[in-house]
Ligand binder design. Structure first.
Ligand code: SF4
Length: 400
């Protein structure tokens, strides 16, 4: 049955990568194999959420259809007013990290320990910066939904900050090894978050940021233009249409190496036993022939070059072998630039004869006896000649 669930960034990205993988994940709900680096990212995100939450001062929201305008007073009355930061001490932060730690997906105890110590170091450095330069969040780990011109979308946003000019900054943390500014510029994830925040908050989105945690570097960009958002809307619309029409074709590629569903995927179906030995032989033979073909092509090119050098030295064009004669043929191609030819024709009052300036038109002019011989000579000189030599074989008997 087709899904009408709202599209998240990862759902959209997965469908673009491979619709069948999307089906395995979002319709069949098959679990993925846990991976250490994903677990690590989740743990760090959850600790940061706890660390930043006390700093939150909410911002006015747009009312949902049928809902009264929500104000900051409503929020104050809910008893969730912010505590005065800093809310956690360094020791409490480390204790929180230890409690949050998960061991899923690491390939060895050594790998787990490496990640664990990386996380400890990263959080302590982040904490240091936080104490000296506290953030101004209006929300952390917030789940937002929106109807984007007919496409339901949703997402969990790591952080929404208030900017110094009173607008909003969307922040997404990244625990990856590397992160470049270009990634922030081109991130569809940030674009989707911009739309979600703009649809849910009263104040404008002024900045989009991917925050690289390992280097404590915020990669900031301006909000997307309406044209960029329109293009993304079209792409998401195509994905939503594909899901609605249950188009789940596999799309194999390099990404298959990271896919946990190869055993269910028709692209990776194994050859059944009665045929596998015979087909294995065929594949091996194909591979050998391919290698021979490449070797022969190289050999052929080298031999033709050697014959050409000999023909040049001896000033001959026919070289007999024992069964056939190798004949050197020549192919010429003249190239003319309109910029070089046009002034000559203009000066001779023949500008209209050049037409579109195609090589064939210019060649016709060079053969045209009504064009003065001197002009034809100068036109010919303005071109450049490309000569290509090639060899043909003629039967010795036929040649004789
Ligand atoms: S193995 Fe490749 S083609 Fe098959 S479902 Fe996974 S990603 Fe798609």
């Amino acid at each position: 049955m087709a899904s009408s669930a709202p599209l998240s960034f990862s759902s959209y990205r997965t469908y673009l990568e491979c619709p069948l993988k999307w089906k395995f994940l979002y319709i069949d709900r098959l679990p993925e194999v846990p991976r250490g680096y994903f677990t690590f990212g989740r743990v760090v995100h959850s600790v940061l959420e706890e660390l930043i939450r006390p700093y939150v001062v909410p911002a006015p929201r747009r009312p949902r259809p049928g809902e009264a305008q929500r104000t900051l007073d409503d929020w104050e009355r809910s008893g969730r007013a912010p505590r005065a930061p800093p809310a956690l001490t360094r020791e409490e932060l480390l204790a929180l990290y230890d409690r949050a730690w998960l061991s899923d997906g690491y390939v060895s105890p050594e790998e787990e320990e490496r990640y664990r110590s990386l996380g400890r170091d990263l959080l302590l450095r982040y904490y240091q910066r936080l104490v000296h330069d506290p953030p101004h969040p209006v929300a952390v780990e917030e789940h937002l939904e929106a109807h984007w011109d007919g496409i339901p979308i949703h997402g969990y946003i790591d952080r929404i900050d208030r900017t110094s000019s009173g607008g909003l900054e969307v922040v997404d943390y990244k625990t990856s090894r590397e992160l470049s500014g270009e990634e922030a510029q081109g991130s569809d994830q940030l674009s989707i978050y911009q739309v979600l925040v703009a649809n849910n908050y009263a104040e404008p989105v002024e900045r989009l940021t991917l925050y690289h945690l390992r280097s404590l570097t915020p990669h900031r960009t301006a909000p997307r233009t309406p044209e960029t958002l329109e293009r993304l809307h079209q792409r998401m619309g195509s994905v939503a249409d594909g899901i609605r029409s249950e188009a789940y074709d596999p799309t194999p590629g390099r990404h298959c190496t990271r896919c946990d569903f190869q055993s269910r995927c028709p692209e990776f179906r194994v050859v059944p036993p009665p045929d596998d030995a015979r087909l294995k032989e065929l594949v091996d033979r194909f591979q050998t022939l391919r290698r021979d073909e490449e070797r022969l092509e190289q050999d052929l090119r080298r031999t033709a070059e050697e014959l050409h050098r000999a023909a040049e030295e001896l000033g001959v064009h026919r070289i007999p072998g024992s069964r056939s004669v190798a004949i050197r043929r020549r192919e010429e191609a003249w190239q003319y630039s309109l910029d070089a030819v046009k002034p000559l024709l203009d000066a001779a009052g023949l500008a209209e004869r050049v037409g579109h300036g195609t090589p064939e038109e210019l060649r016709r002019l060079l053969r045209d006896p009504t064009v003065p011989a001197e002009l034809r000579r100068r036109l010919a000189e303005s071109g450049s000649r490309r000569v290509k030599w090639f060899w043909e074989l003629e039967d010795s008997a036929g040649a004789g």
